[in-house]
Design a binder for this molecule. Structure first.
Ligand code: TYD
Ligand code: MG
Length: 455
């Protein structure tokens, strides 16, 4: 086989060059040329097949497709099945991303060991030696008699071995260590990661093998790697969680076979990752006595309600541009909420820094966090604590109105179950009786009304 030629293509305009250069000759962008495999148009998969008789190619009504029963394989780990949308789909490719050391290898070793009892499985490690993987498996007491391990980083050899072993489930740890011989750039570079992943995806689809790809991401997610693969794979799962805490959350960011934003919750123990099947209150931290700037919100992540503490700190600023910092919450949303607070409740914070933190390393993206975030900010600003037994949720609109959020009753029930006595909620989410068990539900329609009810 002739050696494949590589070209350099610009990531911003798509122009191709035969040599690398710092600047794209076409669009003038800097540092955008990336190595890629040159493909003659005739063997490009999109065009191959067109050389024959075009009349045999036909589009068909969708309804004529054969009904294939969906065959999902349970991974044996309930929380992982949940984020996958009910189990593994044969031929699917799942990318598992997360910070180094968060537990990706641990989760996959556990999952593949469990699966190896029922199906042929292959674990490919490019990062750890056979001994390291073996020791970990032994420490975790995993059944590994049938789990096949390959330590390899060349994707072509990997696929050759996989063709002989014919696994039904395969994991590659990690995609950043994998390289293909047809490109010259170093393993871990965008071109290498993309091309190696493309070959693995093709293998998975052709052989109907369920494939896991592990990828490291840095906090800002900019590192070459997983992000460029998101569109190539079927499912993208990301690990979240505070490295200091023992809880680990897996969130589905993209799923061609199920719902996104579903969460799986695990706890890291000395025996590996344990499932947390009832996670609603794990991020609840109780203070000795009420403190200003803290409130419990009822968020709904995936299909389960969760009680999470939101903290805010408002401090006098000496900067021209006061700081607006959020952890676990969206920064633009905070700016918007502060504007609403100014216009509709008359509280201005242009000379204050505002920090918002969602405790436990959870990311809250839903709008139900609006009201609790604003209440926490006000509580810190006025240095007055909110009642300890109070929860809140609700979306805040630009007109200062408090809008209802989905599944209000379920959220209220969860809060009542954990002993909360007061809930501030949008009118549209309030139960007819105005209370749930012995929890009083305070329904509000406008932001100023909510603030009045609290203080
Ligand atoms: P690992 O799965 O190697 O992380 P990743 O593959 O995402 O880089 O997990 C490493 C961390 O998990 C390490 O800091 C130790 C911890 N750990 C436990 O606490 N208990 C265990 O049983 C195992 C295997 C790991
Ligand atoms: Mg690892």
């Amino acid at each position: 086989m002739a050696k494949q030629k590589s070209v350099y293509s610009c990531t911003s305009c798509g122009a191709q060059a035969s040599k690398w250069a710092g600047q794209c000759g076409d669009c003038g962008a800097w540092n955008t040329l990336q190595e890629a495999v040159a493909q003659a148009v005739s063997d490009h998969p999109r065009f191959s097949g067109y050389s024959g008789d075009v009349t045999t190619i036909r589009a068909e009504p969708l309804i004529n497709l054969e009904e294939e029963p969906e065959t999902r394989v349970s991974t044996g780990v309930g929380e992982l099945d949940r984020v996958l949308g009910g189990g593994l789909v044969p031929g699917s490719v799942t990318l598992i991303g997360g910070d180094p050391g968060i537990g990706k290898s641990t989760l996959l070793t556990q999952t593949l060991a469990a699966l190896s009892q029922r199906l042929p499985t292959l674990y490919v490690s490019g990062e750890e030696s056979r001994r390291q993987v073996g020791l970990r498996a032994r420490r975790l007491n995993l059944p590994v008699d049938k789990l096949k391990l390959l330590t390899e980083t060349g994707v072509e050899r990997m696929i050759k071995v996989a063709q002989q072993e014919m696994p039904r489930v395969m994991a590659v740890d990690s995609i950043q260590t994998v390289y293909t011989g047809i490109l010259q750039s170093a393993p871990g570079s965008v071109a290498q990661v993309r091309e190696s992943a493309a070959q693995l995806v093709r293998f998975a689809k052709q052989t109907n093998t369920a494939m896991f790809l592990i990828g490291h991401v840095t906090k800002d997610g900019t590192l070459a790697g997983p992000r460029v693969l998101e569109h190539m794979v079927d499912t993208v799962l990301y690990f979240e969680g505070d490295p200091g805490s023992r809880y680990r959350i897996i969130r589905a960011i993209k799923n061609r076979f199920g719902a996104v934003n579903e969460l799986g919750v695990f706890a890291m123990t000395d025996k590996g990752l344990r499932e947390v099947t009832n996670p609603s209150a794990i991020f609840l931290s109780r203070h000795e006595k009420p403190v200003p700037g803290s409130i419990i919100m009822v968020t709904r992540e995936g299909s389960r309600p969760m009680l999470v503490e939101v903290q805010a700190l408002v401090d006098e600023s000496h900067l021209n541009n006061p700081r607006r910092v959020t952890l676990g919450h969206e920064q633009n949303r905070l700016a918007m909420l502060l504007a609403v607070l100014h216009r509709h409740a008359g509280v201005a914070m242009y000379d204050h820094d505002v920090f918002v933190n969602v405790v436990g390393g959870v990311r809250v993206s839903e709008t139900a966090a609006d009201l609790p975030v604003l209440l926490a900010i006000l509580s810190s600003y006025r240095d007055r604590a909110l009642p300890e037994d109070m929860v809140a949720f609700g979306e805040v609109g630009l007109a200062g109105e408090i809008r209802p959020v989905p599944n209000g009753e379920e959220r209220l029930n969860e809060a009542a179950k954990h002993g909360f006595k007061r809930a501030i909620v949008p009118r549209g989410n309030s139960p007819a009786k105005g209370r749930i068990g012995d929890m009083k539900v305070i329904a509000v329609q406008r932001l100023d009304e909510a603030i009045e009810q609290v203080w």
